[in-house]
Design a protein around this ligand. Structure first.
Ligand SMILES: *Cc1c(COP(=O)(O)O)cnc(C)c1O
Length: 406
């Protein structure tokens, strides 16, 4: 099997290949971790530079109006909305997933005052569960964790069903349309976490009937470390959103300085306080790179990349067990393999410039971001993985040392 020539043939037919020049990927690095932190782009860095040197240093406070800082949460929300199938005015860019989820779950309990259960998947990303726990403690509700299919645990007590559209560990994709309908038939609200789907899948929030959604912009959307998240509310809920972090940015008239709170109309009610302007402007540059990008093309390349990766790893690395769905349609833009020494193997790969990540207890996770990865890089990553396993170099003690962030 000649991986490299197979990969080059795939690259030659890749309509997205030219986009790579927009991104700064260090020499010698094959980056398979864009699902955790996307790379910098020239447009993102240029926007950050303008925001810092011109808008802040020169414009000072005038830039809130003159540079459009004030409107950014909704303006960026609309640009993100295009990528996730949400109509204009239904997405706000603000805060983090953790904070937005807190606000959304609280709003759900208020919309369903006779129901006191938040239902989530036991395998959910931990912060989602920690936040749900915190909301339940504050609002006198109960968190139910589904061990099996989340929809099987729906009941007349459930106010909100929280689902990760793509499972962070396995990459399994959940059916947004089918699960939203099931939640709503049971009288609950369907809340979606798009962490691993925004910028990777053809997300269609409006069409698929989601009630609320949260997501981040520093993964596949490449907004930069700590870039602000976003929150979606279906139009049918606009005007009814009540959330506990009732700050002035979500007030109907923030600069009237009224002593009492009055929620803004629409998704704007989820805003709380002043946005991180430099981060948001960096994100606005990063979103320029998505202008004109068709999500169907992104998804098609993502499926082809994950397919090739699975095929090549299974042929060359017999010690690894596939931890993701085998069917490309059923997985997001990541592939997980399992091995008891996954941590050490990932560290050894990183030392060779192939950056993936490890998720406890035994998951080697590789993300495939179609805007800047080539098939040849995917093939070279597989060859490196094979070498790490065959040589046993991952057994070196230095690869067992653990940093604070994995
Ligand atoms: C990355 C990720 C988060 C991160 O939450 P923050 O509040 O942005 O730190 C939350 N949930 C899921 C499913 C994630 O993958």
């Amino acid at each position: 099997m000649d991986l490299i020539s197979d990969a080059r043939a795939l690259d030659a037919a890749d309509a997205l290949a030219e986009r790579r020049a927009r991104y700064l990927i260090p020499g010698g690095v094959i980056y398979l971790d864009g699902n955790s932190l996307g790379p910098a782009s020239h447009a993102a860095l240029a926007a950050l530079d303008v925001a810092a040197r011109e808008e802040w240093a020169e414009g000072l406070i005038r830039s809130w109006n003159a540079a459009g800082w004030f409107e950014m949460p909704m303006a960026l929300g609309d640009r993100i909305g295009r990528l996730i199938g949400a109509r204009a005015g239904s997405v706000a860019c603000c805060d983090t997933i953790s904070v937005n989820l807190y606000k959304v779950l609280h709003a759900c309990l208020t919309l369903r005052p006779d129901r006191r259960v938040i239902l989530a998947e036991a395998t959910s990303f931990p912060t989602d569960l920690y936040i749900a726990e915190g909301v339940c403690a504050a609002a006198g509700a109960r968190l139910v964790l589904a061990e099996g299919p989340v929809e099987a645990a729906l009941s007349g007590e459930v106010a909100a069903m929280l689902v990760n559209q793509v499972d962070y560990r396995t990459g399994a994709v959940r059916d947004m349309s089918a699960l939203s309908v099931l939640a709503q038939e049971a009288g609950a609200l369907a809340v979606w976490d798009l962490s691993h789907s925004a910028g990777a899948l053809e997300v269609a929030l409006d069409r698929d009937g989601a009630d609320f959604a949260v997501g981040c912009t520093y993964k596949y959307l490449n907004g930069g470390p700590g870039a602000p998240g976003f929150v979606y509310a279906a139009e049918r809920h606009h005007g009814q959103i009540r959330q506990p972090v009732s700050g002035w940015w979500g007030h109907a008239r923030p600069f009237a300085f009224d002593p009492g709170y009055a929620a803004a109309e629409g998704v704007k009610a989820f805003l709380a306080g002043t946005q991180p302007v430099l981060s948001m402007r960096t994100l606005s540059g990063a979103l320029d790179d998505w202008d004109g990008v068709d999500m169907a093309g992104v998804r098609a390349k993502s499926r082809a990349m994950t397919d090739a990766f699975v095929r090549w790893v299974e042929a060359l690395c017999p010690g690894l067990e596939l931890g993701s769905p085998r069917e490309a349609e059923a997985r997001g833009s990541q592939v997980s393999f399992r091995h008891p020494n996954g941590y050490e193997i990932i560290q050894a790969l990183i030392a060779r410039g192939v950056i993936g990540d490890f998720r406890a207890p035994d998951v080697l996770r590789f993300g495939f971001a179609p805007l800047y990865l080539s098939f040849e890089e995917v093939a070279r990553a597989v060859l490196a993985l094979r070498d790490v396993l065959e040589s046993g170099e991952w057994r070196e003690p230095r690869f067992a040392e653990r940093g604070a962030v994995t």
